[in-house]
Design a binder for this molecule. Sequence first.
Ligand SMILES: Cc1ncc(COP(=O)(O)O)c(C=O)c1O
Length: 345
Amino acid sequence: MTMDKYIDLRSDTVTRPSPAMRKAMFEAEVGDDVFQEDPTVNALQDYAAELLGKEASLFVSSGVMGNQLCLNVLTNPGDEVICEKDCHIFNYESGSPAKLSGIQMFPLDGKLGVITPSQVEPAIRPISAYYMPRTKVIEVENTHNRAGGTIQPLDNIIELGKLAKKYNLCYHLDGARIWNASVASGISVKEYAKYFDTVSCCLSKGLGAPVGSIIAGSKDFIVEAYRIRKSWGGGMRQVGILAAAGLYALKNNINRLEEDHRKAKMIAEVLAGMKSIEINLAAVHTNIIIFKPLKISVDDALIKCKEKGLLLSIGSHNFLRTITHLDVSFPDIDRTIKILKEVFE
Ligand SMILES: Cc1ncc(COP(=O)(O)O)c(C=O)c1O
């Protein structure tokens, strides 16, 4: 079986560039981006900064690089970042805060990925306590991957932002899937981004680009991030070929995320009707579904689904994860539902 024979719901990163996106890549005007002379990269960065309502933005190779660059610029070694315990930066970025920036994370126990000001305020280290790490950043992930693509309530984002200001802290958004949050909530990405000093968002997930993320913030922040990106070996040359895919994605693939959310709901509603499955249907906000099989192990479930042509992945704590994306059709969803019924009912 080639990968094409599978319905691949392991991640929204498995999409392949569409013919129209490839055409945009093929036709991209390019130059040496280390000289800042690649017109397509410059166009992408200008467009993304405008979309996010920030002074400037920078094209980077991945979401991890985006988050880590932001933290590196915002902190000094020995500083601390307050985050939710299931967030991507703390769990899935190879210990990079410690490795690349010499900083530590202070993870708090959130509900559906959300931490509240009443949890965060006591976690902020007293400025006089020279023997403690220095709190420097509050970080929020929207949508929250491990919690199941959940959307952060805007009120809470605003309140955490006020807290950051009160204590002179920086405020970072891991907005890898901010596009999904925006389409599902009707709140613009600009409105979400407004409260944060720095934002990182992915082009290569639901938006379907093969590579790349954007970080955005003030002009001064981007100048510094540009310098650090180069020092980490992230200066790329005729990278307009890739930026063209990102630009195409931002211009064409945001609104259609609504379809991915609808497809996720279709699957989730069927799962919620099964006695052999534990799922919080109300927490399926966007394109990610997490659920727990009660009669078989997650490992057995993965094997059985794969035998029938369906690829899922493991979420956390014995949960399976399913993510819809632009390379799964409605007939694929029907087949997925059939396979899930065969395996779990
Ligand atoms: C919330 C979140 N942040 C960051 C990343 C990292 O993105 P990348 O895989 O492009 O490094 C991911 C990847 O899944 C993610 O889900």
